[in-house]
Write a protein that binds this ligand. Sequence first.
Ligand SMILES: CC(C)(COP(=O)(O)OP(=O)(O)OC[C@H]1O[C@@H](n2cnc3c(N)ncnc32)[C@H](O)[C@@H]1OP(=O)(O)O)[C@@H](O)C(=O)NCCC(=O)NCCS
Length: 230
Amino acid sequence: MNSGSHFGCCNVTSKFATLALFYQHNINHTTRLGIWRIEEPEAFFLEKVPIKKEVTHPYKRLQHLAGRYLLPTLFDDFPLEEIMVADTRKPYLPGEKYHFSVSHSGNFAAAIASRDKRVGLDIELVSPRIEKIAHKFLSLEEKAFLQQWRLFDLLQQELTTVMWSSKEALFKWYGDGQVDFRQHMQLNGPLNYASNEWMTLPFLFKKEEAVPVTLHARIFEPLVLAYVIT
Ligand SMILES: CC(C)(COP(=O)(O)OP(=O)(O)OC[C@H]1O[C@@H](n2cnc3c(N)ncnc32)[C@H](O)[C@@H]1OP(=O)(O)O)[C@@H](O)C(=O)NCCC(=O)NCCS
């Protein structure tokens, strides 16, 4: 695996400015992910992105456009105009030239695209609010596991957000909806915590049969990113 490049790895020139990706990680020769810090006006993204979806809220539209814009930034032959959206709201390419997944949080957008693997990705800004909703997505065992970091407020928030983001990434990877975050997705062993490095989290996805899946996550202050690739 290649390690990623941070802050301004890839310059993109347009009539607006010379802009840069916040982060890019070429996972292997067929799969890449990137994070974009949104600082451009809508018109910048509209140069490349055909908008098909009705997104009325201006900021959500900007996030949507930035997420789509990232896809051909990762692979320049990504056919943006062919994207369809399933009844579950999962976007996909009918010919599966690429599998992909998109996420936004605050002024960040992230995307992963793969020529041959199923993927799911999520980003979340870290906030103390995560503690208030943790009971909705953590099993009792997961809650107990996270208690070991309770003396370190920020770290506990970050790791709880990593768990949330991991489950959202799994939800997108699965793509068919109807998933109970506490029952159908469970941490299945210790995570190897490391600051500023990729962590791996062994999960069991138990919707139909129990499938072991490895989540990859990383804390980028102020956000966390999680992805799955199978
Ligand atoms: C769909 C969902 C995962 C989106 O997550 P979010 O944090 O709100 O938003 P994100 O920015 O991370 O992701 C949005 C993107 O996900 C993608 N997406 C939407 N629905 C999807 C689905 N069913 N499968 C895969 N990807 C999906 C889209 O690309 C969308 O962006 P776009 O419309 O601009 O293309 C989320 O709204 C959801 O439904 N989660 C499950 C809720 C749940 O069951 N919770 C229970 C525990 S509390």
